[in-house]
Design a protein around this ligand. Structure first.
Ligand code: ZN
Length: 198
């Protein structure tokens, strides 16, 4: 279960973005998508830690799957996004936290047990395991989980398109993609340094 997070959280961001846009005229819900990718970075860090230093590893797959990680990561990410896109800290950190917690919910939906979300206070691994997954798509996704997720995206897109006649799913995807690319560039200061050169 890796790719499905993008799909399920896209559905969530479409709906939350609908309300956010109604009240503020902006849609920064791509932060939810970044927040949803973040927890599985612990897998990459864990493998790298093991590769270079062997056991015992400082980090494992699950270290970022805790509410303590949500608090720390959303404060840091919220601060960075607040500075970069000039939205209130409670919005940027809140959207990032929603993305991370959506990831936890999605993991619990598929795995039983999933992760010890309340570690270090309670090290019991929790999860519901409601959807069975074979992980048959290159071990990156399972069709059993991916297909309901795509249905959720379709439903969310229909709701949003019927609510806001100026909104279309493809425009939304394109805009999200373009914004995502833009903000990655802003974060890396690529556009800033290019302006200064000229
Ligand atoms: Zn995960």
């Amino acid at each position: 279960m890796y790719l499905e997070h993008l799909v399920y959280s896209l559905a969530i961001s479409l709906i939350i973005g609908m309300f956010y846009q109604k009240y503020t005229g902006r849609d920064p819900t791509w932060i939810i998508i970044i927040g949803t990718i973040f927890p599985d970075v612990d897998y990459i860090l864990w493998r790298a830690d093991y590769y270079f230093f062997g056991n015992p590893t400082l980090i494992t797959h699950g270290t970022f799957h805790t509410f303590v990680a949500v608090v720390i990561a959303s404060m840091v990410a919220g601060y960075i996004f607040m500075k970069k896109i000039h939205l209130p800290f409670k919005h940027t950190s809140g959207l990032f936290a929603i993305g991370m917690m959506a990831h936890f919910a999605e993991d619990s939906l598929v795995y039983n047990p999933a992760y010890a979300f309340f570690a270090p206070f309670n090290n019991e691994r929790m999860g519901f395991g409601l959807l069975w997954e074979a992980g048959d798509l290159f071990h990156m996704a399972g069709t059993e989980v991916l297909i309901p997720g795509l249905c959720f995206v379709s439903i969310a897109a229909i709701i949003r398109a019927s609510y806001d006649e100026n909104w279309s799913f493809m425009d939304g995807i394109y805009l999200k993609g373009a914004r995502f690319k833009y903000y990655i560039q802003v974060l890396l200061n690529m556009n800033v340094s290019m302006d200064e050169d000229e």
